[in-house]
Design a protein around this ligand. Structure first.
Ligand SMILES: NC(=O)c1ccc[n+]([C@@H]2O[C@H](COP(=O)([O-])OP(=O)(O)OC[C@H]3O[C@@H](n4cnc5c(N)ncnc54)[C@H](OP(=O)(O)O)[C@@H]3O)[C@@H](O)[C@H]2O)c1
Length: 274
């Protein structure tokens, strides 16, 4: 039996744009009770208004532990439980590994990785205490990436944060099985959001756009299904799951294939430092 979306309490980080916003829209029209969180409060208010105005808006920066604690506390104060926590907030950085400054490296981990683990740290004790609803006490959904399984060039720092999220999901999933808390990691390929623009501005390299790009609404609908019927890993573009899995078995061959792509990027960015 699927989990009922009507009245389900779902906390979404990074709800002001892209995947998080599209997921909020899908859940909102199906009667879920949402906690919409991100740094841009105005955008969240507009989204809440578009969804009828009854949801909770929490302006928070997930790179700050105190904001993650406050987000979970406010969700519980308002709704008394959290059925699904979607750790989605994150950004990319188009830059070579060696050119990534120590501060940039720490900053991207602070948002993408520690923002995920801090929210989990505060939310899981809440889920453990709550009653079972439709077979589950709760669900943690972690929006990682396809590049969690095999990193690509000029996105090394970003890929490392996504691989770290995947590791956490794998361990947490088994740890929480006996409590009936599901853990789902999500591994999108390139998706039509603000991601590329933000990553380009953060790192100053222009990357060619991927030949395969999924519409954000499609990714959100697949995530919705994985909230109704939790799975271990969701690969919204199914073939990528197989391709990236295979890539881990043939690292030398894949290095050579990605090397060709590196040359294309270098031609586009002749002034790249290293
Ligand atoms: N788009 C893709 O191609 C793609 C592929 C694979 C995985 N992903 C993953 O999908 C997730 C969502 O990305 P997207 O594609 O939807 O990008 P997006 O359109 O740029 O949205 C990113 C969201 O994260 C929020 N965010 C960023 N830093 C934050 C912080 N410090 N605290 C709180 N919220 C923060 C942003 O809100 P504010 O700026 O208002 O805070 C925004 O709502 C990310 O984790 C990304 O790694 C994306």
């Amino acid at each position: 039996m699927p989990r009922m979306l009507q009245d389900m309490v779902v906390v979404i980080t990074g709800a002001s744009a892209g995947i998080g916003q599209a997921l909020a829209r899908e859940l909102g029209v199906r009667g879920a009770r949402l906690v919409l969180s991100a740094r841009r409060g105005q955008r969240l208010e507009e989204l809440n208004h578009a969804l009828g105005g009854s949801h909770l808006v929490v302006q928070a920066d997930v790179s700050r532990t105190q904001d993650c604690r406050m987000l979970i506390d406010r969700a519980v104060d308002r709704y008394g439980r959290i059925d699904t926590l979607v750790c989605n907030a994150g950004y990319g950085l188009y830059q070579s590994v060696a050119a990534t400054s120590p501060q940039q490296m720490r900053d991207i981990f602070a948002t993408n990785f520690f923002g995920t683990t801090d929210c989990i740290h505060f939310a899981v004790p809440v889920m453990r205490r709550q009653s079972v609803r439709d077979g589950y006490r709760g669900q943690v959904m972690i929006v990682s990436s396809s590049v969690a399984r095999r990193a690509i060039v000029f996105m090394g720092a970003y890929c490392a944060t996504k691989a770290a999220q995947l590791s956490i999901a794998e361990a947490l999933r088994v740890e929480l099985m006996p409590c009936r808390i599901a853990v789902t990691s999500v591994h999108p390929i390139q998706t039509g959001t603000e991601f590329g623009r933000v990553a380009e501005a953060a790192g100053h390299i222009r990357l060619p756009s991927s030949p395969v790009r999924q519409p954000v609404e499609l990714v959100a609908r697949k995530m919705l299904r994985a909230i109704e019927r939790p799975v271990a890993e969701l690969w919204p573009f199914a073939a990528a799951g197989w391709a990236f899995g295979l890539a881990t078995l043939l690292p030398g061959l894949v290095d050579r294939m990605i090397g060709k792509y590196r040359e294309t990027v270098l031609r586009r960015n002749p002034d790249m430092p290293f």
